[in-house]
Ligand binder design. Sequence first.
Ligand code: SF4
Length: 475
Amino acid sequence: MELFAKTEGQRLSLFHLACLFFHGDRENLTVKREDGEGEIRVALTLGERTAQGTAPVNEKLHLEPARAESAAVGLAFARAAEDLSSYQPPYGTLIGVRPVKVPLFYLERGIEKTELASLLEKEYRVSKEKAALLLSLAEEELRAKKSLSPEDAMLYLSIPFCPSRCSYCSFISSSAPEHLSLLDGYVTALAEEIRLTAEAMAEDGRRLRCIYMGGGTPGVLSPVQMERTLSAVKEAFDLSSLAEFCVEIGRPDTVTEEKLALLRKMGVDRISINPQTVHNATLERIGRRHTAEDFYRAMALAKKHAFPVINCDLIAALPGEDGNDLLRSVDEVLALQPENLTIHALSLKKSAEDRATPAVSAALRQAVEEGHGRCINAGLFPYYLYRQKNTASDLENTGFALRGKESLYNLAMMEDLSDIYACGAGGIGKAVSRKGGKIRRYAQYKYPYEYLADPDRGRELLAKRKREAAEEGDA
Ligand code: SF4
């Protein structure tokens, strides 16, 4: 692909648009951006064919200049691409990982819903169905945002360990036996960081609303280690304002009766048990060393312990699976009546052979849409959505929930609605500036061995957070 534009930033945005609209054809594509008086012009050449698109830098969009320009580039590109590409991306020119941000921006500025749907379709080339979906998700987020006050904060606890390592794993997780032997010391260090974090939050007058323990596979903790971790939380924090306490157990083969009873006793009201697929051949292929039967057994145990919310994760486009395989997994999981179901798209490695052909892409997208429809028929509604770079067939990740059982943590984390304090290796805390919404990030070490080697890092990050909040006038 050849890209002609004045700056590297301009070339990058054209590259993302070309990936969206042209998939496998993009190697033969030439893209030229030229700016006219108050308008953007994009010229595309694909083989012998050329097409041009123009769009005004539209002040009526209520956007600040940089965003208005980027919306105009998208529209000019889409107008040219519509003549050359047979593919129309469902989310149009919304290239970001959080497409809901755009309608949320307009909703917050009082733009009326019908006008907003038409704006998404016309200015951002979003399909009618996805425009309606994004609008409903934006309303959901607005509701969540209004339910949170500036003092509210979330706590993320990272357990970056796993009993084995799947071929597609993009998380920082340690599975080798020598790493698992670090777990006991890790829990001790984590408990200390939890204590420090609680102190810092209390000093800053923060109110803890949600706790989320994720991984890796937190289920890898023994009952004793789990109890030590959760006790550290209960001893350190005032939990009187807590709305959610979630433990993402992860792999079904780590679920035991003893751990579930303990989680309930400690006040955990949400768990996640993630089969990813119900096909044993796939599980073996991807090196995820559990079976569908492990998942059914874990679900039966979780139901017995009456967790108010159980989430299950599935992944579309796993190696060797087609749309029918995905739909069977969706049906099997829905039959168990989880309160939440999240359908992810497999994040691909960068190599070209991992990319689906357009035909496979279309079939897969259709199956994913069908899967979403089946979730809705089962009484769940979509409440959050995000995309990752390099997902199979440019699919999105969508979280479904029974009404009233949505995860506030997921919404807050995904859309930067609230500050997050993160403890443990791989954890990334966030502070959302109260003036202008700028995000400041506080990353712990990635690997447990680094985390254990420098126990002062947590304290330093908390001090840095405090200092920067004062500098920004957020304190
Ligand atoms: S179970 Fe999850 S965290 Fe563990 S290796 Fe597989 S993908 Fe990674």
